[in-house]
Write a protein that binds this ligand. Structure first.
Ligand code: AHG
Ligand code: MN
Ligand code: MN
Ligand code: MN
Length: 381
């Protein structure tokens, strides 16, 4: 039976990538081993994010029940909150509350000048350790580390990984979807690796992807042969292929931008957003959707179509998003899915970064929508 076969013929990410890689034996499984360590990091962050969510629910409900009970000595045992009628043993609650302790600020600021959240720091440590222990990497660039990590010779491999361990940090404490973004370069040759190995245009990436921690844990990956989506089956602890060969609609009905920056936008961006709201051809206006986590805004754009913009402006001419571990991976995926990505000046993947935390304006999404933006910038030249 086809349905049964489908149910029992589980296409896990490892199996899928091995199949893909078998068409390109030169990877000798190294890539698959590297990917399995990235997946390990994502599974950790996924579980940590859920632990943040869970205590928030209990904590707020528990606080509420204390208020109702108006008893200052309200403890879990006496908590009469209706559906929490089973006693949560102190140890369990403390354990959860302890994990909840990973919300809030870590008390440091990163090279971006951002206040680091605890989960930013924790996720970064997990990914660095997982990637070094894979024995397949030689340079690691993370949003959370000012300098690149050069892996010690004994553990060195052929890949450079650039990553944003936790994207959308401002959304952690309120439970809105966040994610991890990564890009993978192959080292050019065996001489002592230098930063030049990662100051490469995005078109030289071997693979790119993201993991989104939302209502489900979704991993989207491209190794240069299309874009494929996998969903974590918590009962198996495996990512299962759920979205084979994702293609972005050629044109969309959604635009995604932080309208709060409109005062500082340049002419073409202002004109484009105006066209979205007041179409000159009598078509209906586009909808605005903006989550504030790039992973979530890009995932919706990939599946529904439309365009995501983080333009430069008078205050920040290069915009906010970082080239290596936000702009390049998402642009790589968009092109692989039949869309495109533009910086306001050129194809995003042609950019050659000079610094590892360099920023660039980005306009990405449905092919035809980005064409309109390119025409507006060309007219300005
Ligand atoms: P990060 O949390 O990794 O620093 O990234 C945040 C980024 C990106 O996720 C999102 O698209 C953008 O910041 C939102 O910026 P604004 O709040 O300025 O709109
Ligand atoms: Mn950040
Ligand atoms: Mn980010
Ligand atoms: Mn981040």
């Amino acid at each position: 039976h086809a349905a049964d076969a489908h149910r029992t013929d589980l296409m896990t990410m490892t199996r899928y990538v091995l199949n893909e890689q078998s068409k390109h034996p030169e990877s000798r499984g190294d890539f698959t081993i590297l990917l399995s360590h990235i997946v390990l990091g994502c599974k950790f962050v996924c579980s940590a994010v859920n632990k943040v969510l869970l205590p928030n629910l209990f904590l707020s409900a528990f606080a509420e029940s204390c208020i109702y009970n108006s008893s200052s000595t309200c403890t879990l045992e006496t908590c009469s909150w209706p559906f929490m009628n089973y006693v949560i043993h102190d140890s369990v609650f403390r354990h959860i509350a302890g994990l909840a302790n990973i919300i809030g600020l870590a008390g440091e600021t990163n090279v971006q000048g951002e206040e680091q959240k605890k989960l930013d720091v924790l996720s970064n440590e997990v990914f660095i350790k997982a990637l070094v222990s894979s024995g397949r990497t030689c340079i690691l660039v993370s949003e959370e580390d000012e300098e690149a990590t050069f892996v010690e010779t004994s553990k060195r491999g052929r890949y450079c990984v650039v990553f944003d361990p936790l994207d959308g940090s401002s959304n952690i404490d309120c439970g809105v979807s966040i994610g991890t973004i990564f890009g993978i370069y192959m080292v050019n040759d065996s001489h002592e690796p230098t930063l030049d190995e990662v100051l490469q245009p995005g078109k030289n990436m071997l693979a790119a992807g993201y993991c989104m921690y939302g209502s489900s844990c979704t991993f989207v990956l491209s190794t240069g042969r299309g874009v494929h989506g996998f969903t974590l089956d918590p009962s198996l602890g495996e990512f299962i292929l759920t979205h084979p060969d994702i293609k972005i609609p050629k044109k969309g009905k959604i635009y995604s931008v932080n309208e709060g920056n409109a005062k500082n936008w340049d002419g073409p961006t202002t004109k484009y957003v105006e066209k979205c709201k007041f179409p000159e051809d009598g078509s209906s206006p586009k909808s605005l959707r903006y989550i504030g986590s790039m992973v979530a805004d890009v995932h919706r754009t990939l599946l529904y179509g439309g365009v995501f913009l983080y333009p430069g402006d008078k205050k920040s001419p290069n915009g906010k998003l970082r080239v290596l571990y936000e702009v390049f991976p998402m642009s790589f995926l968009m092109e692989q899915a039949g869309g495109q990505a533009f910086t306001g000046k050129q194809r995003a993947l042609d950019l050659v970064p000079k610094k590892i935390h360099e920023r660039s304006p980005i306009f990405l999404g449905s092919y035809d929508d980005v064409e309109e933006i390119k025409a507006l910038y060309a007219a300005e030249e």
